[in-house]
Each structure stands twice: as structure tokens, then as C-alpha cells.
Design a binder for this molecule. Structure first.
Ligand code: FUB
Length: 339
């Protein structure tokens, strides 16, 4: 009957999802986009999501990625090229599984791809691979970076030419198992009243293949200048470090994981401390949130992901949207639903 038809139409319209932007590519599933401008062109280094049948668990075992594809475009909105396989698990001598979120740096006329993977004992470390071209293919070093651990490397080049790697992720990313740079497989996730686990940083050697110093904790402070407790999970660090500089200040951005915010904090030094300033991106569709921030031709962009194409948390798609600062240097919060 006519009345019933009308009711159904209204219900569909009310529940329909809206998105601020559309996936950059639809031929493969991609996530954790680390974007950079090399030679005036935007290159995006994502994870390559794939369904391998591993059941979902709290450790993220279902994020079972086996290679990397690199994407590039002249500018945001232009045609996106998928450059095909740039590095595969089978060609990384030390890695056994789970090629998670990578990043890339350019130095010494080479491109260095940094990537986490589990070793033969199931412990995450960070590896490096090199290529003369930004799109690869990349050749992996035989061993992971000495002293590296956990996941989600982000490499930041400061104006003085020094490079720093930020890394770490809790829960399945294993960061809670590392204290004073020593591994303890029995360490569980922290309890609510314990201090939250801190992300890590180390300066890289000029050859970009190792750490120049012992790994340090990055102090992330709340607006009162205090370290977070684990229960402060709408603001404490979970994973997905990214560092960029704006008007001489260092912006450390990250995901809060189980509360799904992408937040940022500001500091005066690449080592921090960084003080919390706010949310960059409200929760996306899907469990994880992971991003990067770049400038091209005077505009700033946030690369991020959601699960618009698949509806499945481990089959994600990367997106990009413009990012805006307020005159005081704060970042305007973005709603991925475009509201
Ligand atoms: O893609 C696998 C993991 O999911 C990443 O390393 C995390 O940042 C989360 O996005």
C-alpha cells in the first residue's frame, strides 16, 4: 500500500551514511596512509589490507597484510596511480607476518621505507628497505633496525636536517611489553589507574639505517601538564604517531585507539613534551584510525582511512581532506561524515 511504501523510503533516507570524502582507490584495500611530497608530487605509503581468513581478535591478528603498494598523484583531486607491489613479506628475510603501517623518508638521494612486522618469534620490530625511486620497488635490509620494537613508524625531518623516528602502539602493537627498552612478553595491558604507555622516539643515523641514540619515551601531557593514566582513553596515546611542524612548533598527532579519536598535541622540541590540544578527526567508520598530515602548494591535507568500501574493520580505504588551522595555530576538528 502507498502509505507503507512512503514509510520505508523515509527510513532509508534517515539511516543513509554520509562521507566527507571518497576513497582514493577502489582496486585494492588500503589503510594507514603516510603521505609525502617528493619532487612536487604526492606519494602515499599505505598498508595494503587483504582478507586471509585469520579470525578477528583484540591483538589485530586479522590485519594480516603481505605487501605494500604505493599510490601517487600530482595533487589532491588529480588521478591516482597505484604503482603495484613495492615490497613483499617474502622478500623481507627477518619478517614472518603482518606488514603494518609504513612510512618513508628521503635522504642521501634514496628513499627509505620503514615498516613494522613480526619476527619468527611473533615480536614486532621495525625494518627498513631502500629504493632509488619514491614508488619503489624497495630492497629490505636483512635484519630489523637494532633496538627497534612495536609498530607504526613515522619519520620526521627537522629543519636542521636531522631525522627522528616516532613509533609504538599498545595492545596488539605490543608497546606495553617494553620497559626501559627491554622486552617482557608477560606484561599485560596497563590497568586504568596506571600511567598510560608513552610513544617512543629516536634520532636516526645519517645513513638512515639505525638509531643514533637509545630509544626515549615521548612525554604526552594533558591540558594540566600531567601525564595520562590508562583510563584517560579519549586522549591517551594508543598508536599511529605522526609529527609535522607548523609555524615553528612541533605537532605530534596520534590515535586514541579504543575511543577512535585522532588527536594532536604541541611541543617546542622534536623530543617533546607535547601538550594535548584537541581532536583532529572524530571517529571514522571502522575500529582503527590512522593518518598523516602534509602541505602542498600552501594547502594542508589530512590523509586518513575508513571502511566505506567493505564495511569490514580490516579492509579499509584511504581518503584525503583539507585541514585548516585557526589563527592561534589550533587545528579545526574534522567530522568524517561531513557534518
Ligand atoms: O594496519 C594495522 C594497524 O592498524 C596499524 O599499524 C595501526 O595503526 C592500525 O591502523
Amino acid at each position: 500500500n502507498k502509505e507503507a511504501e512512503k514509510d520505508t523510503t523515509t527510513a532509508v533516507a534517515v539511516t543513509e551514511k554520509t562521507y566527507l570524502s571518497q576513497p582514493l582507490v577502489t582496486n585494492i584495500y588500503t589503510a594507514d596512509p603516510s603521505a609525502h611530497v617528493f619532487n612536487g608530487r604526492i606519494y602515499v605509503y599505505p598498508s595494503h589490507d587483504t582478507a586471509t581468513g585469520i579470525p578477528e581478535d583484540d591483538l589485530g591478528s586479522h590485519f594480516d597484510m603481505r605487501d605494500y603498494h604505493i599510490l601517487s598523484m600530482d595533487s589532491v583531486g588529480a588521478r591516482v596511480t597505484d604503482h603495484g607491489v613495492a615490497l613483499k613479506l617474502a622478500d623481507v628475510p627477518w619478517a614472518s607476518r603482518q606488514l603494518w603501517a609504513p612510512d618513508v623518508a628521503f635522504a642521501n638521494n634514496k628513499y627509505y621505507l620503514y615498516f613494522p612486522a613480526k619476527d619468527s618469534k611473533g615480536v614486532f620490530h621495525i625494518g627498513v628497505a631502500t629504493s632509488p625511486k619514491p614508488e619503489g620497488p624497495f630492497t629490505a635490509a636483512k635484519t630489523p633496525i637494532k633496538g627497534s620494537y612495536s609498530i607504526d613508524p613515522c619519520v620526521f625531518r627537522d629543519d636542521d636536517g636531522k631525522y627522528y623516528m616516532y613509533f609504538g602502539g599498545i595492545w596488539g602493537g605490543q608497546l606495553q611489553r617494553w620497559n626501559n627498552n627491554q622486552y617482557d612478553s608477560t606484561k599485560a595491558n596497563r590497568a586504568g589507574d596506571e600511567q598510560a604507555v608513552l610513544p617512543r622516539v629516536a634520532r636516526l643515523t645519517p645513513d638512515m639505517m639505525s638509531f643514533a641514540e637509545p630509544v626515549k619515551e615521548v612525554k604526552l601531557l594533558n591540558e594540566k601538564g600531567e601525564l595520562y593514566k590508562e583510563k584517560d582513553n579519549s586522549q591517551r596515546f594508543f598508536e599511529a604517531s605522526w609529527v609535522h611542524k607548523y609555524n615553528g612548533k612541533y605537532y605530534f598527532s596520534y590515535s586514541t585507539g579504543d575511543t577512535h579519536n585522532l588527536c594532536y598535541a604541541i611541543g617546542e622540541s622534536p623530543y617533546g613534551p607535547f601538550t594535548y590540544k584537541g581532536v583532529i578527526l572524530k571517529p571514522v567508520e571502522g575500529w582503527t584510525s590512522h593518518h598523516s598530515i602534509i602541505e602542498q602548494n600552501g594547502k594542508w591535507y589530512l590523509f586518513y582511512h575508513d571502511v566505506q568500501l567493505s564495511g569490514k574493520t580490516f579492509l579499509r580505504n584511504v581518503k584525503v581532506t583539507e585541514l585548516h588551522y585557526n589563527p592561534d595555530g589550533s587545528i579545526q576538528t574534522i567530522d568524517p561524515a561531513g557534518k
